[in-house]
Design a protein around this ligand. Structure first.
Ligand SMILES: Nc1ncnc2c1ncn2[C@@H]1O[C@H](COP(=O)(O)OP(=O)(O)O)[C@@H](O)[C@H]1O
Ligand SMILES: [Mg+2]
Length: 466
């Protein structure tokens, strides 16, 4: 547990600039003393105009603002106007409203409009410090998060400018690494084996390999080996001569069709021992015969194979040929399950939404909480079904029909990750995060305090503190 009053380098107030806009000198002085004690630089302004001046003049990390700036003013209108002006110029700046308890309603309205939080006068010093620290930390975490997202988007754009990525959607670092590798090895004339669970996107990766290969204008032939019984497998892969079996017409096989292009052997792990030996031969020599023919033909195709099975395991069990494995896995690309790339879930979900539909905050949380055993395919089907069934344009968690337990009401079993995510997606606005989590502001503060949550999404800082 972090020590909140741990002064010195790790205090999130240290060297931050806090602008206090309040006509009462007593209030300005009290806040100056309190915040300076913890290392903050405090700038005081006695009017809205002076506050805006200071904002324009110097860097400010957080604003604490009063709602009335003349002794006789009590409506809070001046505070509202000031807040609006600040927000218009500084959309992300944390702003805390200092408000008389008789004006809480106005403050609550402004929090809905994007103020970070409010503190009722007279304030409790410890509470105020906690609020200020949390907001500063969230703001820093958000800025860092945005910077990371910008870097990732730039890296994606750069890759997409150089290669045809076939409309693949991702944000995770894991997928970026995979897609970059796929794009880079695409032009090499070597077999590629794509592994990963069902629905994870193996075929999408195969499409990228093909589209960026030297034979991209040649044929692109896909064969699902898992769907072929032995008797048909040979005919399908290698073709038939007329009369090869009763009623057989002359028909070219998939390997012949792929000559000069690429052949995709999907569900390789399901290929029978006979199929495996036939496949090995055509891979080794390029030679094959049509079923019912003794004319040896040649074909040259780039081979991409995919499997959701562990081939090394099948080899150990004697169910897959080791020599075939080594021929196909010259380059192996592993597509991680969707559950291991959280950052891809929401971008994919938005991508699959029908036009005009959106996702409710509860739906976003449900999507992030579910573990997606059927991976991207299941996500796509889930979103399509929800759009079909949803009467409202906003898809709710319920409409997703995911087999997960309903969310806890009181937040008692909300973990650190869930709270951090809510805080980040609420862009640091405590009241919004609390609403999204179904908690009161106070309950959220209590949970944050209990978890020692100061700097979400900032592991560097957390460990420096730890
Ligand atoms: N990263 C992705 N971006 C966009 N669509 C994807 C992505 N990954 C998978 N899909 C879609 O999800 C479905 C399943 O993907 P697929 O490549 O067929 O999975 P696999 O071959 O691993 O079973 C397909 O409709 C595919 O277009
Ligand atoms: Mg597939």
């Amino acid at each position: 547990m972090k020590d909140k009053d741990n002064q010195g380098l790790t205090d999130s107030l240290a060297e931050r600039s806090v602008l206090v806009i309040d006509d009462s000198e007593a209030v300005r002085t009290a806040l100056d003393v309190l915040l300076s004690l913890h290392g903050a630089r405090v700038i005081g302004a006695e009017s809205a105009a002076a506050g805006l001046d200071a904002l324009a003049r110097e860097p400010v990390d957080l604003v604490v603002q009063d709602m009335n700036f003349r002794r006789e003013a009590t409506s809070g209108e001046e505070g509202v106007a000031l807040f609006r002006q600040i927000r218009a110029q500084h959309p992300d700046l944390p702003v805390i409203l200092l408000t008389a308890w008789t004006h809480l309603e106005t403050a609550v309205e402004l929090v809905k409009a994007g103020a970070s939080d409010y503190v009722a006068k007279p304030w409790d010093n410890a509470r105020l410090l906690t609020t200020v620290r949390n907001l500063l930390d969230l703001h820093a975490a958000r800025a860092e998060n945005r910077a990371i997202r910008r870097q990732r988007a730039a890296a994606r754009a750069e890759l997409a400018a150089r290669f045809d990525l076939k409309g693949i959607v991702y944000e995770s670092d894991a997928m970026h690494a995979l897609v970059s590798t796929a794009a880079r090895v695409a032009h090499a004339d070597v077999p590629v084996l794509i592994t990963g669970p069902n629905g994870a996107g193996k075929e999408v990766i195969a499409d990228i390999l093909q589209a960026n290969s030297t034979v991209k204008d040649g044929p692109w032939v896909k064969v699902n080996l898992g769907a072929l019984p032995d008797t048909l497998m040979e005919a399908e892969l290698f073709g038939t001569e007329a009369g090869a079996f009763t009623g057989a017409k002359a028909r070219i096989g998939r390997f012949e069709a792929a000559d000069g292009g690429t052949i995709f052997l999907d569900e390789l792990g399901n290929l029978s021992p006979l199929g495996q030996s036939k496949l090995l031969r055509v891979l080794q020599t390029g030679e094959f015969e049509r079923l019912g023919s003794n004319v040896t033909r040649r074909t040259k195709a780039r081979v991409i194979a995919a499997t959701n099975a562990s081939l090394p395991l099948l080899i150990r069990e004697g169910r897959f040929r080791e020599d075939l494995f080594y021929r196909l896995n010259v380059i192996e690309l592993e597509v991680p399950p969707l559950a291991l790339r959280q950052d891809d879930i929401l971008p994919l979900a938005r991508h699959f939404l029908e036009p005009g539909f959106s996702l409710s905050p509860g739906a976003l949380r449900a999507l992030a909480r579910y573990n997606w055993p059927g991976n991207v395919r299941e996500l796509r089907n889930t979103i399509h079904r929800a759009c079909l069934l949803s009467i409202e344009p906003e898809v709710t968690a319920k409409a997703l029909q995911l087999p997960i337990a309903p969310e806890p009401e009181d937040g008692a079993d909300l973990d650190r990750g869930a709270i951090e995510r809510a805080l980040l997606s609420a862009e640091g606005v405590i009241a919004h995060a609390a609403r999204d989590l179904g908690l009161s502001r106070q309950a959220l503060y209590r949970r944050m305090e209990k978890l020692g949550l100061k700097a979400p999404a900032d592991p560097g800082r957390a460990s420096a503190n730890g």
